[in-house]
Write a protein that binds this ligand. Structure first.
Ligand code: CP
Length: 303
């Protein structure tokens, strides 16, 4: 039996595979808009395990799977034996006997890799503390719909260094754009990740100043300053304030720059309301494109 096609992280998949998924996602989007009901996943079943809350990931996977003819089962870890200590390996072995693919959202990245190592069906990363590759596929789809190929463009990341930052760094290598990460000193992305990105052609710079990162950017991205599972800390949050994306920061970017945020957003923390709700913001397209990107990912995993 062939190895399952896991969708775990952008650094584990080559660019042509990721490009193929995006092409397929765009095709599913066009078909949906034209009222065509493509059902390549008829009879397939996806199990989704949530150890963390979700709105977009949960709904877009469920709607995407159903629109493609498949079905889903949602498992909250507290309602399963996982929440009582059954191992992730045993859970993987059992679920693989019932379903055709498993999506996991967890704070523990090792749980994801453990699940994948024991599953005999594809495993999809629905977010871990280390990465959020499904979101990045929707983000690239959104940027390219609005502005054409992202290759060679300049992206500015502002604020915290978190799972989204890590995945944008992987994406810079895989899709060939320049990434400037602006974050408070002494935050830094992990050195092995930066080394990997640079070895794989990613032009990634880390700056401790917002203006230098956003100046001339084609795309400005930020995310919450308090990630899931973190407790807000006034002293830490104060350090992020110079990295808030506001109209002044957007004015330093290119006039046609887009603003992106994976959501949920906290208006007037990491981004001001006028930017989030303003004409350069593409955040609602990004949210919609989670649906189309999930379809591309599911179709690739289950081919
Ligand atoms: N962006 C994102 O993953 O949203 P949810 O947490 O609502 O799934």
């Amino acid at each position: 039996m062939a190895d399952p096609r896991h969708f775990l992280d952008l650094d584990r998949l080559e660019t042509p595979v990721l490009r193929g998924i995006l092409t397929s996602a765009a095709g599913f989007k066009r078909a949906n808009a034209a009222g065509e009901r493509l059902q390549p996943l008829k009879g397939k079943m996806l199990a989704m395990i949530f150890e963390r809350p979700s709105t977009r990931t949960r709904v877009s996977f469920e709607v995407g799977m159903r629109q493609l003819g498949g079905e889903v089962i949602v498992l909250e870890s507290h309602g399963t034996q996982l929440g009582r200590g059954e191992t992730i390996g045993d859970t993987a072995r059992v679920l693989s006997r019932y379903v055709d693919a498993i999506m996991l959202r967890t704070s523990d990245h090792e749980k994801l890799t453990e699940l994948a190592s024991h599953a005999t069906v594809p495993v999809i990363n629905g977010l871990t503390s280390r990465s959020h590759p499904c979101q990045l596929m929707a983000d690239i789809l959104t940027y390219e719909e609005r502005r054409g190929p992202i290759t060679g463009k300049s992206v500015a990341w502002a604020g915290d260094v978190n799972n989204m930052t890590y995945t944008w760094i992987q994406a810079a290598a895989r899709f060939g754009f320049d990434l400037k990460v602006a974050c408070p000193n002494p935050l830094e992305p992990p050195k092995p990740l930066l080394d990997w990105a640079r070895k794989n052609g990613g032009k990634v710079e880390v700056l401790h100043e917002l203006d230098a990162a956003v100046r001339g950017a084609d795309c400005v991205v930020t995310d919450t300053w308090v990630s899931m599972g973190q407790t807000p800390d006034a002293h830490r949050l104060k350090k992020f304030q110079p990295f808030r994306v506001d109209a002044r920061a957007m004015a330093l970017a290119k006039p046609d720059a887009v603003f992106m945020h994976c959501l949920p957003a906290h208006r007037d923390d990491e981004v001001t309301g006028d930017v989030l709700d303003g004409p350069q913001s593409v955040v609602w397209d990004e949210a919609e494109n989670r649906l189309h990107a999930q379809k591309g990912i599911l179709d690739w995993c289950l081919q």
